[in-house]
Design a protein. Structure first.
Length: 364
């Protein structure tokens, strides 16, 4: 039914407008007396074989919603009611900013992809912290932080530190985003000589802001060279980070089946969805070889089916995330992915998905 509605109606509405309308419907539905409870009861993972402990957190399943969908933490519990085991909000910046000019979000349906140049549009860390502090705490929420656009690269550490301090007490875990292509100069921070002081500064800010140890991860781009992936992995081990999220959107246009003229007309931005599948899996495998089980690896990029998610688990991911697959798959998509993963766990002869993560027998 959703695919029919999407093909007949939604694909003809501007992508960003569709996002806000759909998200609004989800939030309204879960606020309706009794309906939120029914959705959570029906769609939240309940299979004991899916339960997993990661980042010091007990999760009902391995599939979470990637950052970018709920930038301002306006409805993480509503999204959790659809079946996501955890929700990552953001990217949040220290200061409020409107993001780039519209239109800035585009569908590439023939590629099952999205192209965005949103530019970290959000209400700022203080507003997001207040919103998270007032929520119902029905789903585990991580917070993804980035650099405010008007802040020069030389002041990036201080900018991230502001966000870390404000959000420390409301984040189940925190992600340093240095991999979005839509903030000028941001990806330069992936170079280890710049990334080291940034991660050290955020870690110190988190430890100073709360007595609870907040797990810290870094999110990297698929466009890094293999050598740079290794360098980030080594740095994460050196600094005793808790994990790495791989990968963000790509600036590559290689392999797209959408008419090149159409892609060129859309303009700059990061591509997400199916075109990332091979590279994201390759980066995951490389990270796993480099870090083993010493870090939590969260795989994101091109996950459309439960088989895709299972392949990431077998390749060494502890957790998986999605965004574009959810957009194209509809509101029941996270429930279907978890149900398919439960089936894969049983068919592979494991009692729990944690055993599958621990085996990683298929890592090349």
């Amino acid at each position: 039914m959703y695919r029919l509605v999407f093909s007949i109606v939604l694909r003809h509405i501007p992508a960003e407008m569709t996002h806000y309308l759909g998200f609004g419907v989800v939030r309204a539905a879960t606020r309706f007396p009794g309906l939120g409870w029914v959705l959570r009861r029906w769609l939240t993972p309940h299979d004991p074989g899916l339960r997993i402990r990661a980042l010091g957190l007990d999760l009902p399943g391995p599939l979470g919603l990637a950052a970018g969908f709920d930038k301002d933490a306006r409805g993480p519990d509503a999204l959790g009611a659809l079946g996501f085991a955890f929700v990552e909000v953001g990217t949040v910046t220290a200061r409020q900013q409107p993001g780039n000019e519209k239109p800035r979000l585009f569908r590439l349906p023939y590629d099952r992809a999205l192209l965005n140049r949103m530019g970290f549009n959000n209400g700022g860390s203080e507003a997001v912290a207040a919103r998270l502090r007032a929520r119902g705490n029905r789903v585990i929420v991580g917070v993804n932080i980035g650099r405010t656009k008007i802040v020069p690269e030389a002041e990036a550490v201080a900018d991230y530190v502001v966000s870390a301090k404000l959000l420390a007490d409301v984040a189940a875990y925190m992600v340093v985003n240095v991999s979005s292509p839509n903030t000028p100069g941001l990806r330069n921070l992936q170079a280890v000589e710049q990334l080291r002081p940034l991660l050290v500064g955020v870690r110190e800010a988190l430890d100073a802001a709360t007595t609870r140890r907040v797990p810290l991860l870094v999110k990297i781009a698929p466009d890094l060279s293999d050598e740079d992936v290794d360098a980030v992995a080594d740095l994460a081990l050196e600094l005793k980070l808790d994990g790495i999220i791989a990968t963000n959107t790509t600036i590559s246009r290689g392999g797209l089946v959408t008419d090149p003229g159409r892609v060129a007309a859309v303009g700059a931005g990061g591509v997400s969805g199916a075109p990332l599948k091979e590279r994201s899996l390759a980066v995951l495998r490389r990270l796993r070889r480099r870090v083993g089980d010493r870090l939590v690896l969260v795989s994101v990029g091109g996950i459309e089916t439960s088989d895709d998610a299972w392949a990431r688990i077998q390749a060494g991911a502890t957790l998986v995330q999605a965004y574009t697959g959810f957009v194209y798959g509809g509101p029941l998509w996270p429930h279907r992915i978890h149900r398919g993963l439960a089936r894969s766990v049983r068919e592979a002869g494991y009692a729990t998905i944690s055993e599958a993560v621990g085996s990683t027998a298929t890592v090349a």
